[in-house]
Design a binder for this molecule. Structure first.
Ligand code: HEM
Length: 510
């Protein structure tokens, strides 16, 4: 036989094998679907139902147009609480059904993971650690930080340090009624506080005349690097579109800066630090050193924790003031509660802040309307089942069969706008709704849920409450100075306000 004939035979055999395997897979899939009573949820209309190019493009367009959460919400409202689409040739399920969230994040936790999606996007920037691993490596990562975050007093002890940064922030706010943006100030607060907590030394971007230039370039590099990571996650197969030489340079700058901070922290033992300051402090780098002597692991874990820690409270504080500036009545009501309570900064604790009901309502309502993390995704590590949402209506209750490699996207933004849970006025900022509201489990998840729930939740809520109290004590009024009234989102892993929070603040003594 000629070589040409051999090639034809080989091609024919391969094609037959592919057809047989795909037919067999379809049959097995159908049998399993019937066995478990599964149904398929509605599909998004797609021009390219094989690879999903049109959807990938429209996703990229809404990302560029700063409408990522909003367009997903529109799809939930149009197609129901659970629907599916094809992206990169794989099925992605979108859901805001609390039972599905509970299953993926808790009861069927082991069937789902993040590593296949995140590691590739994150690794050049932060290395392998808690944010981008699954299985044994994730368990090891979580166990490393558990002893620190499990201590209930960690947030309160950290407040001594945090208070210094908040006072600096208040000093920097214009007192003459001029317009300014709170967003960059809150971003610096989050950075100053998180570097102190993680590395033992704050970058002090809020300190007068102290701002080291390396911290400025680090901030800039980190900001750019993170927005690229966000795009790398969105479009994993199109990295030529989402990364450039500035990304790699940003990774390098961020690494050098963080490595330098870690080296400094490693030189100081916790005991020495306590003696110098005459008080106990928690410094994560040193706490990790108690757990392991693997310095590379510590570096990666710190970089991983720095990612969610370094800006989340800045985004949350900006969003709170974005809303307060547009609702003067709510600001006055909050201020009354705080003034009546006659709080001294040094007596503020997690528990004391919890007892301020209206303060908690304002925080809850901001996290509901503008969740810092608007969506989250998991990939099926094996064939499994979503408990509900199957059927053509989008509100069906049949289980859904999921194949290994398929993904599920939860829309926290959409979840927090479910009228059956939060009322008919879901798009309105109304803290009072929390007087009666007790959202059912898995209906309100600003800090995620289940085994990967945010370990920094208590720390973040304490810092946010503390900062809010001090700001409201210091300023009688906050005036909106932004002609755009609606919240325009900007996605970069967290979802921040694209227009910041442009305000004028009227100091208390006037
Ligand atoms: C407003 C503040 C914050 C919000 C809204 C927030 C939200 C979240 C959410 C939704 C997750 C779950 C991600 C997932 O399921 O994949 C998460 C995870 C995480 N957060 Fe936070 N976070 C905040 C602050 C912090 C702080 C201050 C720290 C650390 C000091 C922190 C450390 C982490 C870590 C390490 C994880 C990963 C946990 C894991 O995968 O096991 N977060 N956060």
């Amino acid at each position: 036989m000629s070589p040409g004939t051999n090639v034809v035979i080989a091609l024919a055999i391969s094609s037959i094998v592919i057809v047989v395997i795909s037919f067999r897979n379809k049959l097995v899939y159908r049998q399993r679907r019937e066995l478990h009573g599964c149904e398929v949820p509605p599909s998004l209309p797609q021009l390219d139902p094989v690879f999903g190019l049109d959807l990938i493009l429209s996703r990229f367009t809404s990302l560029k147009a700063d409408r990522r959460n909003v367009s997903l919400l529109e799809q939930f409202r149009r197609h129901g609480n659970t629907f599916q689409s094809i992206t990169f040739g794989r099925t992605t399920f979108f859901t805001i059904e609390p039972r599905n969230l509970q299953s993926v994040l808790s009861t069927d936790f082991l069937s789902w993971g993040v590593e296949p999606m995140r590691l590739f996007a994150f690794e050049p920037f932060i290395g392998k650690g808690i944010m981008c691993s699954d299985g044994a490596f994730w368990e090891h990562s979580r166990a490393l930080i558990k002893p620190t975050f499990a201590r209930t007093q960690i947030a309160d002890l950290h407040l001594d340090d945090f208070g210094v940064h908040v006072e600096r922030l208040i000093d920097l706010i214009p007192k003459d009624g001029s317009t300014f943006d709170l967003q960059p100030l809150f971003a610096r607060l989050a950075l100053d506080s998180s570097t102190e907590f993680l590395f033992g030394e704050s970058v002090q971007t809020l300190a007068p005349d102290l701002t080291p230039s390396s911290a400025e370039s680090f901030l800039e590099a980190y900001d750019y690097g993170q927005s690229c990571v966000g795009r790398r996650i969105q479009l994993p197969k199109f990295n030529f579109l989402t990364t450039d030489s500035r990304f790699w340079k940003s990774c390098q700058t961020a690494h050098e800066f963080v490595d330098q901070q870690i080296q400094k922290a490693l030189l100081v033992t916790s005991k020495q630090k306590q003696d110098v300051d005459g008080r106990s402090r928690y410094i994560l780098a040193q706490e990790l050193l108690r757990q392991t002597h693997n310095l590379l692991d510590i570096r990666h874990q710190l970089l991983n924790i720095f990612l969610p820690a370094h800006e989340a409270i800045g985004v949350a504080m900006t969003n709170i003031f974005f809303n307060l500036a547009r609702h003067p009545r709510i600001y006055t009501k909050l201020r009354n509660e705080i003034l009546v309570a006659d709080l001294k900064a040094r007596t503020l604790t997690f528990e004391r802040l919890k007892s301020l009901k209206y303060l908690q309502f304002v925080i809850n309502e901001t996290f509901r309307l503008n969740p810092t993390i608007g969506t989250n995704t998991r990939m099926a590590l094996k064939d499994t089942i979503l408990p509900t949402g199957g059927g053509p209506s989008g509100h069906g209750t049949s289980p859904i069969l999921v194949r290994k490699g398929d993904s599920v996207v939860f829309g926290f933004y959409g979840l927090h706008r479910m009228p059956n849970v939060f009322g008919d006025d879901v798009d309105v900022f109304r803290p009072e709704r929390w007087e009666k509201l007790r959202p059912a489990h898995w209906s309100y998840l600003p800090f995620g849920g289940g085994f990967r729930v945010c370990p920094g939740q208590q720390l973040a809520l304490t810092e946010i409450g503390y900062c809010l109290v001090r700001m409201v004590q210091a300023f009688e009024r906050v005036e909106n100075r932004d002609p755009t009234m609606e919240f325009v989102e900007h996605y970069k892993i967290t979802t921040e306000s694209k227009n910041g929070a442009k305000v004028a603040m009227v100091p208390s003594h006037l």
